[in-house]
Each structure stands twice: as structure tokens, then as C-alpha cells.
Design a protein around this ligand. Structure first.
Ligand SMILES: Nc1ncnc2c1ncn2[C@@H]1O[C@H](COP(=O)(O)OP(=O)(O)OP(=O)(O)O)[C@@H](O)[C@H]1O
Ligand SMILES: [Mg+2]
Length: 550
């Protein structure tokens, strides 16, 4: 199985496949030269044989004439003298030549004085000779005797020639010529084959192997070398050309490699620069986004704050005016009608004036508390507090409001006694606000205060205020702890209040490290949860609790 690699046929091992014998350059060159030489040799042999054939034919006629003329004189004497012995000798002498197979000396009156013949064996060679030079040929010569200058015919010499001897010699020579020519061609072919192999095929094969083994990517690889005796011949030129191409390729590869490395470096630098710039831009964008966000938040806060302050002013003017009007109105009425009004009525008016004044004082106190907490100037006054008692106090103070709103207020406290160290006024204020809201926003329902030591290990005291009141709109829920914020606008407000209660709750929680959260559903009610993390310093009844929980 062979595969094509770099245009050279290779076997499966990767080595170039050996070129078949008949396809080799040396064989083809030798075959061509030998064929031409054979044809020329054949032609020359044919010409040589043809010339030899012509010579042979001519020599035969000349020899016959020569032999006849040689025996002419003796034959004339033998006929003249009718000398049989001599005639026999002459005839026998003629048969001594290979050319003649029969000779006869006949007297003038037709009497054969001497006759001899040589038998010829019939064979293929004789047939061949007869085909080439003809069969038997008869030559008859009148023999004249010169009697005193007067020629006198005395008889006839008849010879019959046959080319068997001449033909067989000719065939032998022709065969030698042909076979010799063939053998010469054979030797020439062998010599040429070796010469072409050594000078062409072998160097070319070596060249092919080396070129095939070249690794174009190995810039330090060896060059092509061939062992040729002749320098600066065509093969040497090919080797030089290949080596020049290898040098060029290697130079290109080196340049390419250098360019590639430079490009990689540029890419790396570019990537680094892009990364650095991207980071800078990202940081810039993030900083801008952050600043923008802060600006937006600040603007929103400022807007909200401005809105809240406007609302606060509107509310406050209303809140302040209401008790002030009540104070002024009742006191003025009492002043004008002091003499006519019965003392009980006057007492009632003074009670209204006192209530409005107290309300006004609460309002002003709330604002003062808030502003002090904002300014961080609110003092914290720790003391021992019985939480259950405090909750009961707050609930007691809301009794009339509960009656008015028909609210059933229940206390679900974790234990009989729960003493902690904290700021009494502040926890009372927080609980008063949460319970006050629960009662204020509930009509014909219930309010439940629940306290739990939910996580004894972490000392978390949880106080929840549940109500079944109107609930809070989910949209208003996130802002109800903001200053001066109420879920209902002042125009549609059905409930009294300045929107400061939950603000004070939140600020107090932040001050004392408590947390407050709310869950509410419109129409179902709300639940405000207060979580007080109590450290050992603030928890009084640790031993009691340990005893109880053990
Ligand atoms: N338990 C509750 N049920 C329904 N809405 C409540 C409840 N508690 C608070 N809210 C809503 O939250 C708003 C803010 O409460 P906050 O106590 O701060 O103000 P206020 O009660 O209106 O006025 P103030 O407490 O200053 O007299 C209330 O106006 C009310 O809309
Ligand atoms: Mg309130």
C-alpha cells in the first residue's frame, strides 16, 4: 500500500518505494541505446551479408571461368590424342574443386572420353544454399585444338556446379555476423546499464531519498549531498539548486519565526494594555456609577427629606394649631364668661386647656427628642426595669383608647417577672408608640403584646405587638420608619398623629442596639417586632432563668 507524501510515492513505513527495475532511468536509457544499436547492427549485418552474397555470386562465375581456362589446354591435348587417362585426370582434377559436382569430356563425335561426378547428400543446408544461389548449373565449353595455327574443334568440356559448399560457408558467415552483432549489443547493453546506473540512477535515488527525508521546519538540518565524480555537471547543479532552495526556505522560516515572536510579543503587550485600559475604564465607570448612584440616592433623600419637612411643617402647623386653638379658645371663653359660667363648666374648660397644653408639650418633647437623637446628644440612663410591669403600665395608659376603639388588649408575657437593665423612659416610649399605633389603627379588633426569650444562648428578648387593624399598604411599608412619614396623606387622614412615633422608635433602637421590624397586610393587621439583645450586664434574672430552663 502506498501513500502520497510531498509528491513522492512512499510505502506504509514512510520510506520511498523502490523504483521497479524496468522503470529505472538507467534501464530505460540502456534499452533505448541498445535497441538503436541493435537495429544499426542488424542493418550493418544485412548490408554486410548482402555484399558478401554479391561477392560470392561473382566469385563463383569467375572461379568457374578460371578453372575451365586452367584445364582447357590439357583437355584439348587429351581429346586430340584421345588420351583416356589424361582425360580422367583432368576430370578428376576439376572435381577436386568444391564448386563442381560433375565433369565430362566428350569427343567431337559425342563419345564421352572421361566422366566423373560427386554425390551430394540431401539436407536442409543444401536446400538453403540452392534457395540462395540456385540449383545445379551446367557449363559446356567447346574445346578446340590449335593445329599449326588452325583451331580445330576436338570435343566438349561439360561441368555441372552446385553451390552447396559455397552456400554453407556463406550461411556460416552470416550466422557468425548475426550472433556476433547480437552478443556485441548484449555486452553494450550491460556496460551501458552499469554506466547509467552509476552515473544517473544511483545519484538520483540518493538525491530523492535525501530530499524526501528533509524536514523543512528544521532550520539547522543537514543539506543534500551526492557522491558524483564529476563536479559542476547537471546533477551537481540540481543539488546546488536544492540546497539554495533549502537555504532560502530556512531563511524565510527564521524570518517568519522572528516575525511570529514579535507579533506574539505585540499581541501580549496589546492584551496587557487592553487589560490595563479595560480595568481603568471599568474602575472609572464603576466609580462614576457609584458616584451617580450616591448622587441619585442623595438627591432622592434630599427630595424625600424636603417633602417630609414640607409635610412635617404642614402637619406641625396643624398639630400645633389644634391644641393652641383649644387653649386660646377655652381660656378666652372662660375669661369673657368668668362671671356667668358655673364653676363646673369652668373646671371642664380648664381641663381641656390642660389636656391641649399637655399634648402640645408631648409634641414639642417628641421633636426635641428626635433632634437630640439626630445630633447624638440623647443621654442614656440605665436602670433596673421590670419589663412585664412596664408593659402593663403602658397597656393601662391606653385603656381609654381601647374602650373608645372597642379593642381587646391582651398581654402574653413569657414570665411573671422579667427584669432587665435598660433606659426605662426610652423602652416605655417605644412600647407606648407601638401599642398606641396598634390601638389607634384598630377598631373593633384585638391587640396582643407577646414577649419571648426566643434564644436563651444569645440572650435575645423579643417583644411583638400584634393587631387586627387596618394594616399598612406594601408601598408605604418601607418608609413608615422615616421621619415625619405617615401611610396616609394629611388630606385624607382619618387618624391623628404627627408621623413622629415610629421615627422615635427607630432612632431609639439604633441608639440602644435594638432592632425593630414589621409585617403587615392591608385589612388583616400588623405585627411590629422588637428584638433586644441582652448582654449579661443588662440581664438581671440570669439565675432565675437558668433555674427555670434547667
Ligand atoms: N399598627 C399600625 N397599623 C396600621 N398602620 C400603622 C400602624 N403603626 C403605624 N402605622 C402607620 O404608620 C404611620 C407612622 O406611624 P407613626 O407612629 O410614626 O405616626 P402617627 O402614629 O401617625 O403619629 P404619632 O405617632 O406621631 O402620633 C402611621 O401614620 C400609620 O399610617
Ligand atoms: Mg404613632
Amino acid at each position: 500500500m502506498a501513500t502520497m507524501t510531498h509528491g513522492i510515492r512512499q510505502d506504509i513505513t514512510g520510506h520511498p518505494k523502490r523504483i521497479p527495475f524496468r522503470k529505472r532511468l538507467a534501464v530505460r536509457q540502456a534499452a533505448f541505446v541498445v535497441t538503436v544499436a541493435c537495429l544499426l547492427g542488424l542493418l550493418s549485418s544485412v548490408v554486410q551479408i548482402y555484399l558478401d552474397f554479391g561477392d560470392q555470386v561473382r566469385n563463383r562465375d569467375r572461379d568457374i571461368d578460371h578453372y575451365i581456362s586452367t584445364v582447357y589446354e590439357p583437355a584439348a591435348n587429351a581429346l586430340w590424342e584421345l588420351n583416356g587417362n589424361m582425360a580422367d585426370a583432368i576430370v578428376g582434377g576439376l572435381l577436386g574443386y568444391d564448386l563442381f559436382v560433375e565433369a565430362t569430356l566428350t569427343t567431337g563425335n559425342g563419345f564421352p572420353l572421361a566422366q566423373k561426378e560427386r554425390p551430394i547428400m540431401d539436407s536442409g543446408a543444401i536446400k538453403m544454399a540452392e534457395w540462395l544461389f540456385g540449383g545445379r548449373q551446367e557449363y559446356a565449353v567447346d574445346i578446340n585444338y590449335n593445329d599449326d595455327g588452325q583451331p580445330f574443334r576436338v570435343g566438349t568440356l561439360t561441368v555441372i556446379s552446385h553451390p552447396y559448399k559455397m552456400g554453407s560457408q556463406f550461411i556460416q558467415r552470416a550466422a557468425v555476423t548475426f550472433v556476433g552483432g547480437f552478443l556485441k549489443s548484449l555486452v553494450l547493453a550491460g556496460v551501458l546499464l552499469i554506466a547509467f546506473y552509476l552515473t544517473l540512477t544511483k545519484p538520483l535515488e540518493s538525491l530523492s531519498r535525501q530530499v524526501d527525508a528533509l524536514d523543512p521546519t528544521d532550520v539547522d538540518g543537514e543539506k543534500v549531498v551526492i557522491d558524483t565524480s564529476a563536479k559542476d555537471d547537471e546533477l551537481d547543479r540540481i543539488v546546488q539548486a536544492i540546497n539554495n532552495q533549502i537555504d532560502l526556505t530556512h531563511n524565510h522560516l527564521r524570518e517568519l519565526d522572528a516575525a511570529h515572536q514579535a507579533l506574539e510579543q505585540v499581541n501580549k503587550d496589546l492584551e496587557t494594555a487592553v487589560d490595563v485600559r479595560t480595568k481603568e475604564l471599568t474602575d472609572e465607570i464603576e466609580a462614576k456609577v457609584k458616584v451617580e448612584r450616591q448622587l441619585r440616592i442623595a438627591a432622592a433623600q434630599a427630595e424625600e427629606s424636603a417633602l417630609a419637612r414640607t409635610q412635617f411643617l404642614a402637619n406641625m402647623s396643624h398639630e400645633l394649631r389644634t391644641p393652641l386653638n383649644a387653649i386660646i379658645g377655652y381660656s378666652e371663653f372662660a375669661k369673657i364668661n368668668l362671671d356667668h359660667v358655673p364653676p363646673e363648666k369652668l373646671h371642664e374648660y380648664l381641663g381641656h386647656v390642660h389636656g391641649a397644653g399637655t399634648h402640645l408639650l408631648d409634641l414639642v418633647n417628641s421633636i426635641l427628642d428626635l433632634s437630640r437623637m439626630h445630633a447624638g446628644r440623647m443621654p442614656v440612663d440605665y436602670e433596673e426595669v421590670d419589663l412585664n410591669e412596664l408593659v402593663a403600665d403602658v397597656a393601662q395608659s391606653l385603656e381609654s383608647a381601647c374602650t373608645k376603639n372597642r379593642v381587646d388588649l391582651t398581654l402574653d408575657l413569657d414570665r411573671d417577672q422579667c427584669r432587665i437593665v435598660t433606659d426605662r423612659l426610652k423602652i416605655k416610649q417605644v412600647l407606648f408608640n407601638l401599642l398606641g399605633n396598634a390601638v389607634k389603627f384598630t377598631t373593633d379588633g384585638s391587640v396582643r403584646v407577646e414577649s419571648r426569650w426566643d434564644s436563651p444562648e444569645e440572650d435575645l428578648l423579643t417583644i411583638s405587638v400584634h393587631d387586627t387593624g387596618i394594616g399598612i399598604d406594601p408601598l408605604a411599608l418601607p418608609t413608615i420608619f422615616e421621619n415625619f412619614t405617615q401611610a396616609e396623606t394629611h388630606l385624607s387622614r382619618r387618624f391623628d398623629g404627627s408621623g413622629l412615633g415610629l421615627s422615635i422608635v427607630r432612632e431609639t433602637c439604633e441608639l440602644l442596639g435594638w432592632t425593630v421590624s414589621v409585617k403587615s397586610e392591608v385589612g388583616s393587621g400588623s405585627c411590629f417586632t422588637l428584638v433586644l439583645p441582652l448582654g449579661s450586664a443588662t440581664r438581671i434574672d440570669q439565675s432565675d432563668r437558668s433555674g427555670e430552663t434547667a
